[in-house]
Design a protein around this ligand. Structure first.
Ligand SMILES: NC(=O)c1ccc[n+]([C@@H]2O[C@H](COP(=O)([O-])OP(=O)(O)OC[C@H]3O[C@@H](n4cnc5c(N)ncnc54)[C@H](O)[C@@H]3O)[C@@H](O)[C@H]2O)c1
Length: 314
């Protein structure tokens, strides 16, 4: 199944936002990439997205080679068979639809070379949901990035109970080699790690807003102007270690009553994310975040680029 030789050829299936960004990640590391999308019109758009991303990386001095050299490693394919040619690692990034992913993984398992690892970018479906029962389930796993992966290195890997340890190892090594920051989630827990953390925080924010304790703007400020400043370069355990004279143990012992009280209060009041709360939060966002979404998405990309540069220089 998994090759002992290092991975050299990548197939990307699905060339939307995430697929096009994966193309940049692999190509800038010197790997040959073949990309396929069901919608032929999507390929020229993805090619433009890749080109814009490479130009921006170059301008920020975050690319070590000319953009054309990197772009030249990417082959745009009009059918799946051609994309899979010689691939030893396949990264699926089609729409978040479990039936479509199941169908595609059955085809990938039948068509890809026997040693190829088959990975999904899915944000929420466990491997068993789209690869369970396949002859090649051992070579399937989730490799879930944060969008856009060429600017945000974290990636989480999670297989099913059937996924072979060698599959996880191969994917971990590949992610390290292409400059990502991989973690292995050892069980198929809901939300893997990142969304579990992100959505726990979001649930707490919704609870506080619904109870009228704070506004949505206050939540955004607490994260953007507060916690997020530190979290851009250290996690909560590292923060705790620095925030008490005796380190993390001291921090946890000092704040244990408060931490446990907050956790108990949350558990006693499960979130009701009902339509009226959704409408309230949406109306607030429409009113507060006025500039068009595409402008804000471009600004987010620009800031991520500046942050990547600042963190590298630090
Ligand atoms: N957007 C994010 O923030 C984000 C972050 C992490 C993971 N993901 C996951 O990545 C995956 C892709 O997300 P996206 O935002 O790039 O979606 P997208 O809608 O931008 O792109 C999906 C692409 O897949 C193509 N496609 C659909 N079915 C196909 C098939 N059978 N074969 C080949 N191509 C097919 C579509 O034509 C489209 O171009 C999803 O599973 C999503 O949950 C998304």
């Amino acid at each position: 199944m998994e090759s002992a030789a290092p991975i050299s050829r990548i197939a990307l299936v699905g060339a939307g936002l995430v697929g096009a960004s994966w193309a940049v990640v692999f190509a800038r590391s010197g790997l040959a990439v073949r990309v396929y999308d069901l919608e032929p019109a999507r390929l020229p758009q993805a090619r433009m997205q890749v080109s814009a991303s490479l130009d921006a990386l170059l301008e920020a001095a975050l690319l070590t080679e000319p953009a054309e050299i990197v772009a030249g490693r990417i082959t745009w394919c009009d059918n799946l068979e051609s994309a899979l040619e010689g691939a030893d690692y396949v990264q699926e990034s089609i729409a978040e639809d479990v039936a479509a992913k199941r169908e595609l993984f059955a085809r990938l398992d039948a068509m890809a070379t026997p040693q190829a690892v088959l990975a999904s970018s899915t944000s929420a479906f466990p491997t068993s949901a789209f690869a369970g029962g396949l002859a090649g389930e051992r070579r399937c796993l989730v490799v879930h990035p944060v969008n856009p992966p060429h600017l945000i290195p974290y990636v989480e890997l999670c297989g099913s109970a059937v996924t072979a340890p060698e599959t996880i190892d191969t994917a971990l090594r590949l992610m390290q080699r292409v400059g990502q920051s991989p973690v292995h989630v050892r069980e198929e827990v809901t939300g893997f790690l990142l969304n579990r953390l992100q959505w726990s925080l979001l649930a707490e924010a919704c609870r506080l807003v619904a109870a009228g304790v704070v506004s949505p703007d206050a939540v955004d400020r607490a994260l953007r102007d507060g916690l997020g400043r530190r979290w851009a370069f250290m996690g909560p355990f590292e923060v705790g270690d620095l925030n008490a004279p005796g380190g993390l143990g001291d921090y946890l012992r000092r704040f244990r009553p408060t931490i446990e009280a907050i956790d108990a209060a949350s558990a006693a009041q499960p979130l009701q994310l009902d339509e009226s709360l959704i409408a309230q939060l949406d109306a607030d966002a429409q009113q507060r975040l006025r500039s068009p979404r595409d402008v804000r998405i471009a600004a987010r990309e620009q800031r991520l680029l500046s942050l990547a540069k600042a963190l590298r220089d630090a």
